[in-house]
Design a protein around this ligand. Structure first.
Ligand SMILES: Cc1ncc(COP(=O)(O)O)c(C=O)c1O
Length: 128
């Protein structure tokens, strides 16, 4: 149904050429995978994708975004270079909303199943 990038092949290619892979999970967080963790988790590539980013503002219904990766990546991103200073703290209420939403995503897979069921129904209806 959904068209997805051949991520496993992309990761293999990146490993062959010593490149980094960054995956934008903005439209996957809360949607894909057994626990809703996204495409990288669904494909078991968590240890091989060096940068994962996503938004808290789509399936999680909140505000803001995240970047996840190694300690080295974290150090790189929070290094206080004046021209590239992206580190700032999110408001506690924003983080509480995100944590509650992640909890719902994990505890209530039926919401995800309903979404996929609606997607299938829409696709079938459009085809007809
Ligand atoms: C692929 C992708 N990444 C990131 C974003 C940013 O999402 P947000 O503005 O919810 O943080 C969007 C927004 O549509 C998107 O489509």
């Amino acid at each position: 149904m959904a068209t997805k990038a051949p991520l496993t092949g992309i990761v293999e290619l990146a490993e062959k050429y010593d490149a980094w892979v960054m995956v934008d999970e903005a439209h996957a967080t809360g949607i894909f995978g057994e626990s809703g963790a996204g495409v990288v988790a669904k494909l078991g590539l968590g240890d091989r994708v060096l940068v994962q980013m996503g938004t808290l503002g789509k399936a999680l219904g909140g505000f803001g975004a995240y970047i996840a990766g190694s300690c080295a990546l974290r150090e790189l991103l929070i290094t206080p270079l004046p021209q590239f200073h992206i580190y700032y703290g999110a408001a506690p209420a924003i983080m509480a909303t995100a944590l509650a939403a992640i909890d719902l995503v994990e505890r209530e897979p039926e919401r995800r199943e309903a979404l996929w069921s609606n997607c299938r129904q829409l696709a079938q209806g459009l085809k007809r």
